[in-house]
Design a protein around this ligand. Sequence first.
Ligand SMILES: Nc1ncnc2c1ncn2[C@@H]1O[C@H](COP(=O)(O)OP(=O)(O)OP(=O)(O)O)[C@@H](O)[C@H]1O
Ligand SMILES: [Mg+2]
Length: 413
Amino acid sequence: MIKELRLKNWKSFAKATLYIDPLTILIGTNASGKSNTLDALLFLHRLSSGVGIFQAINGDVNVPALRGGIEWVCLKPHKQFTLEVLTDGAHKNQDLHYKLTIQLNGTKAEVFEEELSVLSHSPKKEKKLFNTQQAESTNPGIPTYFSTGTQGRGKRIDLNRSYAILSQTESMNLRKEVQDGAKQVLSQLKQIFVFDPIPSHMRDYTPFSEKLNNDGSNIAGVLAGLEENRRKNVEATLTHYLKALPERDIKHVWSEPVGKFKTDAMLYCQEGWEETATHEIDARGMSDGTLRYLAIVTALLTREPDSLLVIEEVDNGLHPSRARILIDMLRELGKERGIDVIVTTHNPALLDAAGVGMLPFIIVAHRDDKTGISQLIQLEDIEQLPKLIASGSLGRLNTEGRIESALKQENAR
Ligand SMILES: Nc1ncnc2c1ncn2[C@@H]1O[C@H](COP(=O)(O)OP(=O)(O)OP(=O)(O)O)[C@@H](O)[C@H]1O
Ligand SMILES: [Mg+2]
């Protein structure tokens, strides 16, 4: 799993660390840097999938540009940014440390430095698996030294600086330790899923599919494409979690093949009221909140274990009284399926539902008053927090802007 994401000169950040837990909640006022943080995960995911660095930032026919594109990717006025991730290593007392510095040059975005190392905890030591060196300006490639397991710089191979070196290792034949380490980090980055379920995209018939789209548009197709027993289980769990959401009783949620050739599917649910017969509705008639919630549950049930699911404004469209149901669902399913979840929220009800037990996992994005630079602060690290909590619930403190005020006071000291 990815444990930490470090940002340097990335968007509104000079230097910040996001600690990633099974459920991480990112809060902060508008334009504080929440989405900027999550954009870094999306960028790394794209690189790991073999997308070129420039395309990953500025988009092309297959991928939309990151917000702001190349102009807004570095902290103004810098021309370089660094992203680092720490993931689990092969052994319990080891982590893998991946570091990537990108240099912008006109319309180019290229690797400036990249390295992967194994961090052992006891005794503490760092062993490089590969690292790059600056090349002569005439060299179109970037010299990369791969550890040979013995002393010395390692074996030099010049690689393409327009793509992350890490993604290029996939097609190379390397020493097992290096290959395994690179594979491990690559697979963690590939498993990042930035999910933005859009109810209006979910109302149509969709083709059978293996993978959920980023906007949740094909949930019916994904459910219908599951093997029979798995589909029944998933639909039962979906029904279980949806039951508590609306006022009416949800009896059953399922997906069914439609059309002459049965290559498409539609989502249905059966609802009942006390005094009337049950009736069936399809996705076209379902409410926005219902569809968005169903999409999130489906993502948790169908993404591969070890994934990192990122959802902005996770409670969008949900009634505040349902915040606890949502938090419980994210925690339970995340744990059961081995999926880490990062969410952003502006909703006081969600923070109240999370409760003090979640304090260590709530991160506040905050802009420094003087410099405008974003910071990521663990709620738990705010000195005044115990006093604040004694005077009001977390949601209330957030609504009244008292968390930001406390941070301003602490920054001014
Ligand atoms: N390259 C950059 N250099 C400096 N500041 C930047 C850069 N790119 C973005 N910003 C700042 O980041 C802000 C946007 O931050 P972000 O989108 O992360 O906000 P957010 O916390 O997600 O807010 P919301 O809750 O409204 O979605 C912009 O208003 C801008 O001030
Ligand atoms: Mg945002």
